[in-house]
Design a protein around this ligand. Structure first.
Ligand code: B12
Ligand code: SF4
Length: 455
């Protein structure tokens, strides 16, 4: 059977603000995970429109498309194209799960939730000639998974080909997060066995890893055993974690001992009222300054994530947040405009309050205001968002942040990491055009390792 798996480009990836490097980081891990359930006799291709031009001139037996909210338009276009050619089209992913009635108009079959239980069931049904129109995941497990088909990934096109997830979901329930909608009808947080996770890590060549888990530290016994098992593997890795997990004594130290060198931390807001309103209780009453200090003292760089536009935010939020981040020496920051994704508690609340401005999913990209903010205009929210990026990444700010580090190694590491991410766009464009993104990985590893001083 010929199977084509497609990750369509997100709309913003085609916009004038497109930063190619952001979309050349990670390969389509979800599709490679699903490919593992196909047979070795099947002819499978995975195409990622962020890094290659799609060839749509074929007529495989089955087309599989992963749909994110801002790739929905493009995904449906590709799906319609193949269906016109008589090809059977399967759609799945976050957006399909949020809005099945919309997706089903463009598909022969849709999948709601994670695919590990429903996808193999569908493949049996499809081969037997009686596929159902919709499969809803209920039985959630990562036990006995077939090995991810990493051989189908074009590694050289990505800066971080070694992306990995060893859990799914998260134990928390923030109102704005996709998680509750996606995992509806079953377990919302579960992990692999530690042994299986270690085997998957062993399969990855080189040093660098990026854990894409929503919350790698969410199950403490699991994370602790995983970090023990990774000790001595010689890895350098990055991941995402909460403020709470950073402050927990012991676990962070274990992570650092096995190679954690940079962490994405969801600070989201400096305002406790906002945290309460979004039910982000795990961040309440946590000392953000101590969390950053703990990470830095252990040699871990911080990518702080912040959301603007919650109901307690007025126009002072941008400057206050940026100044705090710079004063703490946070190396990189990711800012977002609050975005009510369909299916989330936040979306229902905004709809009830009649505050949604439109349902143009292309603009639900966390760069546009899609709802009526409580204490500023929609325009002010967007302007403030862009200003925050400019203010945080100007050379003066980078220098200021770098000077919070204790020695020159730390300062140079800070400046090269922050500058490398946001200031060297022409360089990244050139390496992407010449398909040499992978060649930049040793440079990334050098910075993460503090130029060799942190192992
Ligand atoms: C990598 C990543 C990206 C990459 C995506 C490209 C890529 N190569 O995958 C990049 C950097 C481009 C990116 C960008 C953004 N991202 Co992002 N990203 C992720 C991340 C960290 C990992 C994705 C992943 O690989 N997961 C692991 C694999 C195994 O799971 P999966 O891809 O979901 O696939 C499974 C299922 O979805 C399902 N499935 C998927 N497709 C199909 C198809 C079929 C037919 C079937 C059967 C099943 C199926 O089965 C798979 C196996 O279970 C997730 C968080 C997370 N942990 O998932 C956030 C996440 C997807 N991103 C998010 C956000 C907010 C964004 C941005 C808006 C951020 C920003 N401001 O720039 C943008 C735009 C995305 C958008 N919504 O339009 C949110 C999504 C919110 C939403 N409702 O869309 C997430 C969930 C993070 C979060 N906790 O909020 N992101
Ligand atoms: S902690 Fe992060 S991943 Fe977990 S529910 Fe909240 S926003 Fe979602």
């Amino acid at each position: 059977m010929q199977v084509k798996m497609i990750l369509p480009a997100l709309t913003e990836a085609k916009s004038p603000f497109f930063r190619p490097i952001k979309y050349s980081l990670f390969p389509p891990l979800g599709l490679a995970t699903l490919a593992a359930y196909l047979s070795l006799d099947d002819e499978i291709t995975i195409q990622d429109e962020h890094v290659e031009t799609l060839n749509l001139d074929d007529a495989p037996d089955l087309v599989v498309i992963q749909v994110y909210i801002t790739s929905a338009r493009r995904a449906y276009e590709i799906a319609d194209h193949y269906r016109c050619r008589g090809v059977f089209v399967a759609l799945g992913g976050l957006h399909v799960t949020s809005l099945p009635a919309e997706a089903t108009q463009h598909a022969d079959v849709i999948f709601l939730g994670p695919g590990e239980d429903t996808w193999p069931q569908f493949l049996d049904d499809f081969r037997n000639g009686r596929p159902a129109p919709c499969y809803q995941s209920t039985h959630r497990t990562l036990l006995n998974l077939p090995p991810i088909r990493r051989d189908l990934i074009k590694r050289h096109l990505y800066l971080v080909p070694n992306s990995i997830v060893v859990s799914r979901g998260c134990p928390h329930k923030c109102d704005f997060c996709y998680k509750e909608a996606f995992f509806q009808g079953g377990n919302g947080f579960y992990t692999q066995t530690v042994d299986d996770a270690l085997v998957e890590i062993e399969r990855l060549p080189g040093k660098h890893l990026y854990f894409l888990d929503d919350h790698l530290f969410g199950n403490v016994p699991f994370a602790s055993a995983l970090f023990d098992g990774m000790r001595g593997m010689g890895r350098l890795w990055q991941a995402a974690g909460t403020v709470q997990s950073v402050l927990r004594p012991g676990l962070l130290e274990k992570a650092v001992a096995c190679g954690l060198r940079s962490l994405f931390v969801g600070f989201e807001t400096l305002n406790p009222e906002n945290l309460r309103a979004q039910r982000k209780f795990q961040n309440l009453n946590r000392d953000y300054n101590s969390a950053v200090r703990r990470l830095h003292d252990l040699g871990v760089m911080v990518n702080g994530s912040f959301v603007f536009g919650m109901d307690d935010d007025d126009e002072t939020v941008f400057t206050r947040t940026v100044e705090w981040a710079i004063s703490q020496g946070i190396e990189t920051a990711t800012f977002h405009i609050l975005t009510p994704y369909p299916g989330t508690a936040l979306y229902s609340r905004m709809a009830e309050q009649d505050r949604l401005l439109h349902q143009d999913w292309d603009l639900y990209d966390t760069r546009h205001t899609v709802f009526k903010p409580a204490q500023m205009t929609a325009e002010a929210l967007e302007l403030g968002y862009w200003q925050a990026y400019r203010d945080f990444y100007r050379w003066g700010s980078i220098w200021h942040g770098a000077m919070t580090k204790q020695d020159w190694y730390g300062r140079i590491r800070h400046a090269t990491y922050a500058g490398g991410w946001k200031k060297f766009e022409p360089f990244w464009d050139m390496v992407i055009k010449t398909k040499r993104v992978g060649h930049s990985r040793p440079f990334l590893e050098k910075i993460l390792s503090g130029f060799g001083r942190l192992g």
